[in-house]
Design a binder for this molecule. Structure first.
Ligand code: NAP
Length: 262
């Protein structure tokens, strides 16, 4: 399958690199308005289209990786030439119905909501389609995107909530990691050492939960011995409303995502 990518910014370039592992670099063409980013795409081994018309001729699947404000213009420009091609939009807050309003309801449209972890092929990506792709076509595409990360087929009305717990949450997790590392500095470690220790602990804990399963609370109990050190820390977190704060943070984020949509 030949892939065309419109926009070679943060996400477009991350998807191009991750997708090159499933479709091959030679099957990816990019269209980008910034000369500097076009150069970068060429240097990184991708084909670069001189215009959108050329890109469409070179692609079976078109990934729209421009900012939401630029999406309508791109949709207007491609709407008469998409025929049987699959359009994939990753624009935050733009739903499938809005895309159909421009390109029509016959087109094959997929909406994805990725997070920044696509940069290392470990994104968490929500997916929904408009019902115009056959099951086989859809699963073939999901398979291609598996090199970008884990895909979750969800109802579109959950996309704003997904944005909060997966799209924005890397920033919350980075904050937690930084706080732990700074705490390490306060205890006497250099920041770099503290950060390495924290990163290994975070990825190890996540792997443990994935491999051994179970509810995180069961594992908290296992780490927390009666009258021991860990329970002191947990008690302080609870007194400060740690879980409630995190839950309110997610609520605020998804409220904002809904508000932005209007
Ligand atoms: N960044 C994230 O973590 C993240 C997460 C989830 C979803 N998203 C979604 O991903 C999309 C892309 O975000 P991003 O952070 O990658 O944005 P970005 O870095 O600004 O990349 C977009 C690129 O597209 C170019 N562009 C604009 N209009 C174009 C057109 N008509 N044809 C071709 N190229 C065009 C832009 O050029 P100029 O800069 O010159 O305008 C820019 O180089 C957005 O819709 C965003 O909502 C991003």
């Amino acid at each position: 399958m030949r892939v065309g990518i419109v926009g070679y910014g943060n996400m477009g370039s991350a998807f191009a690199k991750a997708l090159s592992r499933s479709v091959g670099r030679e099957n990816i063409t990019v269209f980008e308005i910034s000369g500097e980013r076009r150069e970068r795409a060429l240097e990184e081994g991708f084909g670069v289209a001189k215009d959108l018309h050329f890109l469409l001729g070179e692609s079976d699947l078109i990934l729209l990786a421009v900012k939401p404000k630029d999406l309508k213009g791109v949709l207007e420009a491609v709407k008469d030439s998409i025929e049987d091609k699959v359009l994939i939009s990753i624009a935050a807050g733009v739903d499938i119905r809005t895309i159909e309003e421009v390109v029509g309801t016959d087109g094959k449209i997929i909406r994805m909501m990725p997070n920044i972890n696509v940069l290392v092929g470990r994104g968490t990506i929500a997916v929904a389609q408009n019902g115009k792709l056959s099951e086989e076509e859809f699963s073939r595409i999901l398979n291609l995107f598996s090199t970008c990360g884990s895909l979750y087929e969800i109802q579109e009305d959950l996309f704003d909530s997904f944005t909060a717990i997966a799209g924005s949450s890397p920033a919350f997790i980075f904050s937690f990691i930084d706080a732990l590392a700074m705490a390490g500095v306060k205890e006497g470690f250099g920041y770099e050492d503290a950060l390495r220790i924290v990163l290994d602990t975070v990825s190890g804990s996540s792997q443990l939960l994935k491999e051994l399963g179970g509810n995180p609370n069961e594992w908290i109990t296992k780490v927390t011995s009666p009258g021991g050190t860990t329970v002191e820390g947990i008690a302080y977190l609870e007194r400060k409303g740690f879980k409630g704060t995190v839950m309110r943070c997610v609520e605020k984020t998804s409220e904002k995502a809904r508000k932005l949509k209007g």
